[in-house]
Structure formats: structure tokens, C-alpha cells
Design a protein around this ligand. Structure first.
Ligand code: NDP
Length: 299
């Protein structure tokens, strides 16, 4: 298949490209910058707006583009976080509309924040959206923009916390434990709906290939854990102590509104993937952390 990946230079995108190329697919990236010596063909969003892109034929489009949320949420940063996502989805919708031969599928990233946060509820794709805070608002707008992508199959993957040894949230979460000062964050009761990077890229490929999959798809492992459980398993895996809880107010002081990422969460289950027979390689946090932080992977 020929597959276009917007945001393919990022954490998930670059892993997805290697995975798809290894499986024999032809891939190109849509980026803000022209490729600088990268082996992966790239077109810029500017070139992409050009009318000539309607003659480019692709079988699938994956949209992972968006300003990082991992920064202080000033008013300007919030604007960039929202606008970058709405723009990318809008441009892809326009492209699909102009294309003579439509792609078979568009897989658009989204987030599990769409369900809001809760310590007691369990969410799946049938749970209602709740626009309760900045992130849930971003994801609601993002999915509404993605819904403008028509005349093709649309999959909206609601991405959980993607765990990888080197990139994403995990290295920052693991650092205090590696230094021997790890402990639960806040109450420790907040849910973490995680997914191993390998399953993340496998499930994107699954959503591309399986014609019966469409609409929202939770990209989370089947067994979410609380922050306290995650800390216990991580400390055990790293053979480090788990003795130093960090009170919520410190995170609120350090990170402001962004602290919601660490202090609140949601328990999200991948009902659609399981119903369609997707087989996770990493179903428990013990398996995932043994793979990315176990003794064989000491960095
Ligand atoms: P990254 O931040 O690593 O990559 C996103 C890509 O988006 C970048 O490579 C960049 O590509 C492009 N981008 C960045 N800023 C802008 C901007 N202002 N305007 C347009 N494009 C921009 O993200 P991930 O790979 O980690 O995640 C992919 C998507 O999944 C993101 O939208 C993210 O919000 C979502 N997600 C990720 C989670 C995770 O744990 N990683 C969890 C939940 C959701 P370039 O520079 O080439 O233009």
C-alpha cells in the first residue's frame, strides 16, 4: 500500500514508518519542513495545499500532526495546540475531497481525554464525550474537525499514554525511580490508560487494513493501572525504591494547568479493538515495563 503520514517525523510517526516499511509498504511524510536528508520522501503542508496534490494517489492517510501538549499551557500555547490539530484535519479533509481516486481509509489521531477524567468510571468507545477541561475540549474539537473527512472510511484512534524506553512520557516518569526517589504522584488513585509503542503501531496498521473498523477506536492496552500500581511495578522492574510520594500541590506549582496530565486520568478499555480480534503483544503493565525497562534494556 502507499500510505501518507502527516506528523510522521514525531515519536509515534517515525516508529510507524519503520514498522510499515519493514512490512513492505510505501510511505511518505507530510511535514512543516522539507525533508533534510531523510530517507523517507516528504512533502510540506505548503506543497500539499497546491492543487497538484489531487493527482497523488494513496491507499491510506494517517494524521498524527499536532503541536506538543508537553509545554506550559499559556494562552498562545493553547491556541497552537488547538489550531495545529484543526488545520491538519481540515487540510486532509480538503485533500480527500479534491482527490480523484479516494484513499481507502484515513486514520486520524485523537485522545482518550475526550471522556474527561474520573477515578471510578470505566470508559469505552460507547461512553459519552465530556467537555470538562482544556484537553477534553481540544479532543472534542479535533474529532469534530476529523469528521469533515468524508467519502472514505474514517478511524479516530483515541491514543493512550504511549510507553517507550526512549521517547514520550515514560523516560520522564522513570527518572525519579532510576534516581531512587520515585513514588506515587498525588493520591496515586488516578488511572493511567497506557499502550506499548509496539502495539500502538501494530494497531494503526490493523485499522488501515481491516475494512470493518471505523469510527472511534481506543488505543489503550486492556489493563489500565492506577498511578500507584504503575509506580509499584516500575520500582520492582528497575529494582529501585518506591518510597517518595510527591504531593499534588508541587506539580500544580511546577506545571500549572498542565499538571492535570499527571494528577488526573481515566480508565479506558479498547473494546472495539478486542471485538475485532486485535491481539495485543503487551496486555499487562508488568509485560510492558519488563520489555522497556527490564534489566536487558539498561541504558
Ligand atoms: P509528536 O509531538 O512526537 O509529533 C507530532 C508531529 O506533529 C511532529 O512530528 C510535527 O511534525 C507535527 N507538529 C508539531 N507541532 C506542529 C504544529 N504546530 N503544526 C503542525 N504540525 C505540528 O507526537 P506523538 O508522535 O507523540 O503523537 C502523535 C499524535 O498523537 C499527537 O497529535 C498527539 O497529541 C497524539 N497523542 C499522543 C500521545 C502519546 O503518548 N505520545 C498520547 C495521546 C495523544 P513536523 O515537524 O514534521 O511538521
Amino acid at each position: 500500500m502507499k500510505i501518507a503520514i502527516a506528523g510522521g517525523t514525531g515519536f509515534i510517526g517515525s516508529r510507524l514508518i519503520s514498522h510499515l516499511q519493514n512490512d513492505g509498504h510505501e510511505v511518505f511524510v507530510i511535514s512543516r519542513r522539507p525533508s533534510s536528508g531523510s530517507a523517507v520522501p516528504t512533502i510540506t503542508w505548503k506543497q500539499f495545499q497546491d492543487d497538484s496534490t489531487d493527482v497523488i494517489e494513496v491507499d491510506a492517510i494517517v494524521n498524527l500532526a499536532g503541536e506538543s501538549i508537553n509545554q506550559r499551557w499559556t494562552e498562545q500555547a493553547k491556541r497552537r495546540i488547538i489550531d495545529s490539530r484543526l488545520q491538519a484535519a481540515k487540510q486532509i479533509a480538503n485533500w480527500v475531497q479534491r482527490m480523484k481516486a479516494k484513499p481507502k481509509v484515513v486514520v486520524n489521531a485523537s485522545g482518550m481525554s475526550i471522556y474527561g477524567t474520573s477515578e471510578t468510571e470505566i470508559f469505552d468507545e460507547w461512553s459519552p464525550h465530556r467537555d470538562t477541561d482544556f484537553l477534553s475540549h481540544v479532543v472534542s474539537l479535533w474529532e469534530q474537525a476529523a469528521d469533515q473527512i468524508q467519502e472514505t472510511r474514517l478511524v479516530k484512534i483515541r491514543v493512550g499514554i504511549v510507553l517507550d524506553r526512549k521517547e514520550g512520557a515514560f523516560p520522564k516518569m522513570a527518572l525519579p525511580y532510576k534516581l531512587g526517589i520515585g513514588g506515587k504522584v498525588g493520591s496515586g488513585r488516578q488511572w493511567m490508560s497506557w499502550i506499548h509503542i509496539e502495539d500502538m503501531v501494530r494497531l494503526i496498521q490493523f485499522c488501515i487494513e481491516r475494512e470493518e473498523v471505523s469510527g472511534p477506536v481506543n488505543a489503550t492496552a486492556p489493563s489500565p493501572v492506577t498511578n500507584a500500581q504503575f509506580g509499584q511495578v516500575l520500582a520492582r522492574t528497575l529494582r529501585r525504591p518506591n518510597l517518595f510520594p510527591v504531593p499534588s500541590f508541587i506539580f500544580k506549582l511546577l506545571f500549572g494547568e498542565l499538571s492535570v496530565l499527571l494528577l488526573e486520568g481515566q480508565k479506558v478499555l479498547p473494546r472495539t479493538l478486542l471485538e475485532h480480534g486485535f491481539e495485543f503483544r503487551f496486555t499487562t503493565i508488568e509485560e510492558a515495563l519488563a520489555d522497556i525497562a527490564g534489566p536487558q534494556n539498561k541504558s
